[in-house]
Design a protein around this ligand. Structure first.
Ligand code: ADP
Length: 396
C-alpha cells in the first residue's frame, strides 16, 4: 500500500509517501511559510534531486494540493495520479485520555481531537487543519490519526498523577500524558526483535534523544512511565527546553526580571536547555565542537544533559524493578557516541559495559554493549513516518 504520511504544523506541512510493503519512502517533502506572502515546497523524490517550488500558499488546502501536484508531476512525481494513494496517516500530537490507540478518522474522531485542543493549543488545531484539508481534496481516501500520546495511555495512575489537588485532574485532566509515543513504541518493538527478547516479557528503556527528548519505561510492550508530562516541556534537558525545574523558579524570575507568564514560558521552551545553558547552540554537533575547543560552559551543559538522562534511567529501572535492554534513538541518541558512552558510565551498577569501538557507529542499528554486559544497550534508529504508515495500514 502507498500511504501518505502528513505531519501538519501551524505554518508548515511535512509529508512522506511511503510504500508500506518495501518500507521505503518514495518521496519526502515540506511546505513552509503557509499563509505568508511567499512560501515554498521542498520535494525530494527518492534517489533524485530536491526540487524547490516557491509560491504563495494561502492555506493548508492549497499546500496539500501542491503536495499532490508534486507527487503526480511528470518530471519529479512518483505516482501517476491520486488514485495510487491508498491511505493517509496523520500525526496528531494530543489524544488526551480519549485516544489510547490510532483510529480511522470519522467526523466523531475529528470532534474528539478538537476536544483535546485545550491540551495542545499550538499543535492539535494545526493537525486538524491538515486533516480537513486532506479530507476535502481526497474525499474517498481512508485516513487514520496516529497520536503522540496514545502509547503512554497504559501508564498507571501512580505514575501519571501530579501531587496537586485531585480536583484539577477531575476538572481539567491535568496529568502526565507523555509524547513521542510513536517513536517509543516503534523502537521498543524493534529493540526486542533484534536483541532476541520477547516483547511481552521484557523491560526496555527507550531514550529518544533529539532536539526534543524523552525517555520511557516499556514493560511487556506497554509504556509504564515516561519523562515528558502534561506538556513536552518536562523531563530531560532538551535543545531549547528546560525539562524539569522547581516551579517556584517561575515566580522568582517573574519578580526579578519583570517578566509575564507568556515571556517565562517562552524562556523555558525556546531559550533554555542546551542552548540556554551553553550559550553556544541547541545542536549537539556545535556543543561537541565547542567542548573540543575548550568551552567550559558547553561542557557543563553537556554534563548536565547526560546526568539527567542517567538519573531518569535509574528511576525507570526502579519503576520496572529491573531492565533487560536500553535503546538510544533520534538525532542525538543515534549519532552522538559521547552522549551514549557518558550516560552508560553511570550505569555500571547494572552490570552494563559498552564496547567503545562499536559505540563509535552512527545511525545504524547496532548493539553497543559488550557480550558479557548484563543489560543490552543498542542504537535503534527511529522512523516515526514509517511507524505511522504501518499503523495506518494495520487499521485499514
Ligand atoms: P527533532 O525531531 O526533535 O527535531 P532530531 O531527532 O532530528 O530532532 O534530532 C536533531 C538533533 O540531533 C540536532 O539538534 C543535533 O543536536 C543532533 N544531531 C544530529 N546529528 C548529529 C551528529 N552527527 N552528532 C551529534 N548530534 C547530532
Amino acid at each position: 500500500m502507498k500511504v501518505l504520511v502528513i505531519n501538519c504544523g501551524s505554518s508548515s506541512l511535512k509529508y512522506q509517501l511511503i510504500d508500506s510493503d518495501t518500507k521505503q519512502a518514495l518521496a519526502v517533502g515540506i511546505c513552509e511559510r503557509i499563509g505568508l506572502e511567499i512560501g515554498d515546497l521542498k520535494h525530494t523524490p527518492a534517489g533524485r534531486d530536491k526540487v524547490v517550488i516557491e509560491t504563495k500558499m494561502e492555506n493548508h488546502e492549497v499546500a496539500v494540493s501542491l503536495v499532490i501536484k508534486a507527487l503526480t508531476d511528470k518530471e519529479h512525481g512518483v505516482i501517476k495520479d491520486l488514485s495510487e494513494i491508498d491511505a493517509v496517516g496523520h500525526r496528531v500530537v494530543h489524544g488526551g485520555e480519549k485516544f489510547a490507540s490510532s483510529v480511522i478518522i470519522t467526523d466523531e474522531v475529528v470532534d474528539g481531537i478538537e476536544e483535546c485542543n485545550d491540551l495542545a493549543p499550538l499543535h492539535n488545531p494545526a493537525n486538524l487543519i491538515g486533516i480537513r484539508a486532506c479530507k476535502s481534496l481526497m474525499k474517498d481516501v481512508p485516513m487514520v490519526a496516529v497520536f503522540d500520546t496514545a502509547f503512554h495511555q497504559t501508564i498507571p495512575a501512580k505514575a501519571f498523577l501530579y501531587g496537586i489537588p485531585y480536583e484539577y485532574y477531575d476538572k481539567y485532566k491535568i496529568r502526565k500524558y507523555g509524547f513521542h509515543g510513536t517513536s517509543h513504541s516503534f523502537v521498543s518493538v524493534r529493540m526486542a526483535e533484534f536483541c532476541g527478547l520477547d516483547i511481552n516479557n521484557s523491560k526496555i528503556i527507550v531514550c529518544h534523544l533529539g532536539n526534543g527528548a524523552s525517555i520511557s519505561a516499556v514493560e511487556n510492550g506497554k509504556s509504564v512511565d515516561t519523562s515528558m508530562g502534561f506538556t513536552p516541556l518536562s523531563g530531560l534537558i532538551m535543545g531549547t527546553r528546560s525539562g524539569d525545574i522547581d516551579p517556584s523558579i517561575i515566580e522568582f524570575i517573574a519578580n526579578k526580571e519583570n517578566k509575564n507568564l507568556d515571556e517565562i514560558m517562552h524562556l523555558l521552551n525556546k531559550e533554555s536547555g542546551i542552548a540556554g545553558m551553553s550559550g553556544v547552540s541547541s545542536d549537539f554537533r556545535d556543543i561537541n565542537d565547542a567542548m573540543e575547543a575548550g568551552n567550559e560552559q558547553a561542557r557543563i551543559a553537556f554534563d548536565v544533559f547526560v546526568y539527567r538522562v542517567a538519573k531518569y534511567i535509574g528511576g525507570f529501572v526502579a519503576s520496572m524493578n529491573g531492565v533487560d535492554a536500553i535503546a538510544f534513538t533520534a538525532g542525538v541518541g543515534e549519532n552522538d557516541s559521547k552522549v551514549r558512552y557518558d550516560v552508560c558510565q553511570y550505569l555500571g551498577y547494572l552490570g552494563i559495559t559498552i564496547d567503545k569501538e562499536i559505540n563509535k557507529l552512527k545511525g545504524k542499528e547496532t548493539i553497543i554493549s559488550t557480550p558479557d554486559s548484563k543489560v543490552k544497550v543498542a542504537i535503534v534508529p527511529t522512523n516515526e513516518e514509517l511507524a505511522i504508515a504501518r499503523e495506518t495500514v494495520a487499521l485499514l
